[in-house]
Design a protein around this ligand. Structure first.
Ligand code: FAD
Length: 357
């Protein structure tokens, strides 16, 4: 959907102001207390972020993939957890938008767009992560209903989400995506425990893949945002920390690091934008989204470590946010399809394009 430059700037500046005034000042404290950011999620609902990929006819604003990526960059600059809460919700909106029945779209998309109910994606199981064909959860038809049996884990929004899309086995070689709503009809659905994590406190196969294309763009954008936050902190610190009679920013070795960090971030942003533009044109962008996800998340990891080096011991202290960036970065490498899997998908596509006879 086309937006005027003024409209885009207004949306982005609203999100940036929210991040600077409300997310950044509270993120580390909430994270260290392992507290769910309920007030921040409420504010994101007020701003209208939960419907940014939902068509207007269902109560959303359908901003398009480029603006969507820019919003995720901003949110992740503040705190990965708020970006995670929103990211997985929007994947559900995307799957329903493209593959839901007319009844499901009519009934579920407006409540998702207003965040009256939030979404969660339930793919992963104890024995099935990258290899989704190993999924053991079964779905068996009983009369007009399906009964699902199995357990999922690592499900972002499991506790606070109410509308799940779950992948289950419907035959020896077939997997199907089911909408599972918390409530009477899903009386057997239980969220049993919260996992203790390093950071990030809060996150039919073809149908799910549609959502994952968009998810890869949002994970890539989160990588850019996190790396940008780490660079901002490093630049600020380098100008105030003095060694050997001058700010460390005047040592050439530090300048080399800052220049490399900034260059990688810009390259990651452009790759992400390239994939998002393709998606906005209605083209398939799995390859480009995979490349963006791979590069941007590896950049987030490298840049957060570089920032930690620039801050020296303070980088290792919970008084500064860089340790949080450093702990949040690996999630991006694992989530949304690990980077090893991205590399395999990218390589396969190259080999398909350049077949030698
Ligand atoms: C914080 C967090 C939030 C998450 N949120 C969700 C969520 O909301 N919903 C959800 O469904 N899942 C979620 N996940 C799970 C995530 O999608 C999986 O962790 C991911 O798909 C990888 O699966 P796995 O951990 O089982 O690793 P595995 O699949 O066991 O992989 C282990 C290692 O082997 C590598 N590997 C696997 N296969 C190959 C291969 N063919 N070739 C080369 N290397 C290979 C992997 O890259 C990895 O390095 C989340 C994970 C985390 C950490």
């Amino acid at each position: 959907m086309r937006r005027s430059v003024q409209e885009r700037d207004l949306i982005l500046s609203t999100v940036a102001t929210f991040v600077d005034r409300e997310v950044r000042p509270t993120a580390s404290a909430l994270e260290h207390r392992n507290e769910y950011p309920a007030a921040l999620v409420e504010r994101m609902r007020d701003i209208g972020l939960f419907g940014i990929n939902v068509p207007r006819e269902y109560g959303g604003t359908e901003l398009g993939a480029v603006l969507y990526a820019e919003i995720f960059e901003e949110l992740a600059r503040g705190w990965m957890s708020v970006a995670g809460v929103l990211g997985t919700h929007l994947v559900i909106c995307d799957i329903l938008k493209h593959h839901g029945t007319p009844e499901q779209k009519q009934r579920l998309l407006p409540t998702l767009a207003s965040a009256a109910r939030r979404g969660a994606l339930a793919l992963t199981e104890p024995e099935a992560g990258s290899d989704l064909r190993a999924i053991r959860t079964t779905a068996v038809r009983e009369g007009s209903e399906y009964v699902l049996n199995g357990s999922k884990m690592w499900i972002t929004n499991a506790r606070h989400g109410e509308i799940f899309v779950a992948l289950a086995r419907t035959g020896p070689d077939s997997l199907s995506a089911f909408v599972v709503e918390k409530g009477e009809q899903s009386a057997g659905l239980r969220v049993t425990r919260d996992l203790d994590k390093l950071g990030y406190k809060g996150s039919g196969l073809r149908h799910v893949m549609t959502g994952l294309e968009a998810e890869r763009i949002n994970v890539a954008a989160r990588g850019v945002g996190l790396a940008r936050a780490a660079l901002d902190e490093a630049v600020r610190y380098a100008q105030v920390r003095r060694t050997f009679g001058k700010p460390i920013a005047e040592h050439q070795a530090i300048q080399m690091m800052l220049a490399d960090m900034a260059t990688k971030i810009e390259a990651a942003r452009q790759l992400t934008r390239f994939a998002a533009e393709k998606k906005d044109r209605g083209d398939r962008c799995d390859l480009e989204a995979g490349m963006a996800k791979l590069f941007a998340t590896e950049t987030a990891q490298e840049v957060s470590l570089d920032a930690m080096r620039i801050l020296g011991a303070n980088g290792y202290s919970t008084d500064f946010p860089v340790e949080r960036f450093y702990r949040d970065a690996p999630l991006l490498i694992i989530g949304g399809g690990t980077n090893e899997i991205q590399r395999i998908v990218i390589a396969r596509s190259l080999l398909k394009k350049h077949v030698t006879t």
